[in-house]
Write a protein that binds this ligand. Sequence first.
Ligand SMILES: [Zn+2]
Length: 331
Amino acid sequence: VSHSQTSFFAGIDLGGTNVATAIGDANGNIVAHERQLTGAPDGHAAVIGRIASSVERLASRAGIRLDAVGMGVPGLVDIAAGETRFLPNLSGNWKDVPLASCLSERLGCPVHLLNDARAAALGEAIFGLGRGVRTMLIYTLGTGVGGGIVIDGRLHMGPLGTAGEIGHVCVQADGPWCSCGSRGCLETFVSGPALAGEGVRLMLSGNAPALKRLCGGDMNRVSPEILGEAAREGDVGVQAAIERAGSLLGLAASGQVLALHPDLIILSGGVAGLTGMLTPPMRRAIQERVRMFPVDRIRVERSSLGEMAGVLGAIAVARQGGAMPAERVHP
Ligand SMILES: [Zn+2]
């Protein structure tokens, strides 16, 4: 098979635990992908080496040459310089690492960086449910709560590529401390660990018999998935916990809805498995708080891309030759 007429791009989704690599064409058709441990404690040089080997391996397996590489990175990156600035969830020293040029030298093509949540949002916008949608919000509900905002068909970046952190909107002024340093953020109530922690508390206080049975009394097995099962089997406390998470999602989203009036809100990440249970209280909360215009046509849906959103967004960044729009309104 000759691929000589087609352009191919690699997308990398660097996470604290795993790094996913994929190769696809400009339409987001994935021809090869793999996932491996990040191994961050080995240091950034080792991680970069592993990522480069992975890309080379996939490209040679697919028998293609790469036009460009895009990469989602967990934290603050300098998009223009192609350097990492602050990656709190990766061990090792990642301050001012010239990640893009290191990879570019080894792979022989341009490499473009972007924050990982923004990459996932871009993936959803270009290849997922967001196709053709003008304005939308994306919540990535995982270990943390990331997000992204698309306005008039463009991923909103802000001056540093950091805009769209809608998981860190405050929903309770004196709430729990958050990974970002603030307190009472949406993340502290609706992340996977936050929900699992509430499940454990319910189990230990004797308020979640079904949950206790489903995970054999083992606290470490409490996950969003098992919480959903326990709720379906009638654990009232677990149902209330999921309901509360949905309400708080709606409370946080209502501010964005008032500002942006999105057509669509996408939920992704591990907790999005609970979308069916989160959506009714979320919609109620939005309806209660947004009184200036009708909100019944705003759709709330679970991501169709799942864990591929990150690499697809990275491929989109590679395809468009970087994350920031080339033109600027103000020079
Ligand atoms: Zn926060």
